[in-house]
Design a protein around this ligand. Structure first.
Ligand code: UD1
Ligand code: UDP
Length: 360
């Protein structure tokens, strides 16, 4: 059996690897490597359990650090283990520092590199994710693009060989888990009721690391005059503290801040919310899959199809009133365009292309 080393390490990568691993392991020997970029139980462990992700063969335990230190530590350990494992190919996901470290380690060792979620671009090079994506795509040998836009983005950079449009693996994950989520958890835990609350998540560095933006975001959420459930990413929790922004229950009013929730709890919240406010890449798509209007607190998005379809709008809370934009948007429901991100069978398509590329 051909051997593939898969490298993951953050929350969204755990969601993405689950459906792919399930199919990949029918035909390949997968060696799973967890860099440990995310390590809290509610950012990592609970996802392994709920999504039944196989136990990693390697836990690198790299943890947090500056970009250079974190990526560098990963690179050192990944190089060692790739030399030992001698895989037929290396598989990476998305755009995090774990992705970039995996891409650099594999490509420098001349091991075929495969990238899932290739071709995404925000055209904002100040985002660490944009740099990670560009660099990973340019050293990848087999590229799985979720959308036509992603294929075009790659072509514009001269990458046209071994590029396949397969749809989005997060859609596979959501379809597989949606009914389980409904039966396992209850909205009562969050003190909200169906269609009568907003779900919010905020964690992007460009929002959290700018105290003015961060304050404007939380003030906008507190001013909504509606229940808002916000599972708080640890990066954001730390930055709120550093900036002295008071989000205590006494001050936050109807903004209910909770610890990060599990994937199944998140699906329950997403599918029952009135609307979703976020800066997450994955959550923008999930809002669309759940047919919920999304308000993305960023100047641009990689998931342009959600905006074009009328289900997502970009909001700058430093110049616009979030409450007005939401009220306006909720007046009508746009038409739903099916299969913008594939048909929920991205994992099967990916494995079939890997088989063609590597030979069974
Ligand atoms: C990373 C990715 C980002 C992705 C996000 C998903 C990079 C450059 N960024 O951002 O693209 O959208 O993951 O959630 O790779 N922390 C904890 N516990 C944890 C993990 C993190 O407390 O389990 C705290 C630490 O203080 C850490 C900070 O969060 O310094 C940021 O974590 P890090 O993994 O560096 O970046 P994210 O913001 O999570
Ligand atoms: N998610 C979750 N619990 C949370 C917040 C997010 O399960 O408290 C899930 C979310 O449903 C999606 C993924 O994590 O599947 C997105 O990860 P994140 O927003 O951290 O990263 P991004 O997609 O922006 O890289």
């Amino acid at each position: 059996m051909r051997k593939i080393v898969t490298i993951i390490g953050t929350r969204p990568q755990l969601v993405k690897v689950a459906p792919v691993s399930r199919v990949l392991r029918k035909q390949f020997h997968e060696v799973l490597v967890n860099t440990g970029q995310h390590y809290d139980y509610n950012m990592a462990g609970v996802f392994f359990e709920e999504l039944q992700i196989p136990r990693p063969d390697y836990d690198l335990g790299v943890g947090s650090g500056s970009h250079g230190r974190q990526t560098g530590e990963m690179l050192i350990r990944l190089e060692e283990l790739l030399l030992k494992e001698k895989p037929d190919a290396v598989l990476v996901y998305g755009d995090t520092n774990s992705t970039l470290a995996g891409a650099l380690a594999a490509s420098k060792l001349h091991m075929p590199l495969m990238h899932i979620e290739a071709g995404l671009r925000s055209f904002n090079k100040r985002m660490p994710e944009e740099l990670n994506r560009i660099m990973t795509d340019h050293v990848s040998d087999l590229l799985f693009a979720p959308t036509d836009t992603a294929v075009q983005n790659l072509a514009a950079e001269g990458i046209t060989r071994n590029v396949h449009q397969v749809g989005d693996v997060m859609y596979d994950a959501m379809i597989y888990n949606a009914s389980v989520a409904r039966n396992k958890y209850d909205l009562k835990r969050f003190g909200v009721t169906e269609n009568a609350f907003f779900l919010a998540t905020i964690h992007r560095a460009e929002n959290t690391d700018d105290p003015v933006r961060l304050r404007a975001i939380f003030e906008s959420l507190m001013a909504l005059n509606a229940d808002v459930v916000l599972p708080l990413h640890p990066r954001t929790r730390n930055r709120l503290k550093d900036s002295g922004i008071d989000v205590s229950t006494a001050n936050a009013g109807r903004l209910k801040i909770v610890d990060p929730v599990s994937y199944l709890e998140m699906l329950l919240l997403e599918t029952n919310a009135r609307g979703i406010i976020t800066d997450s890449g994955g959550v923008q798509k999930e809002a669309y899959f759940a047919r919920k209007p999304c308000f993305t607190l960023r100047p641009q998005t990689e998931w342009v199809e959600t905006v074009q379809a009328g289900w997502n709008c970009l909001v700058d809370v430093t110049t616009e009133r979030l409450s007005d934009i939401i009220a306006d948007k909720l007046k009508d429901t746009p038409k739903y365009v099916e299969n913008l991100y594939g048909d929920g069978k991205a994992a099967e398509k990916i494995v079939s292309h890997i088989t063609d590329f590597l030979g069974g």
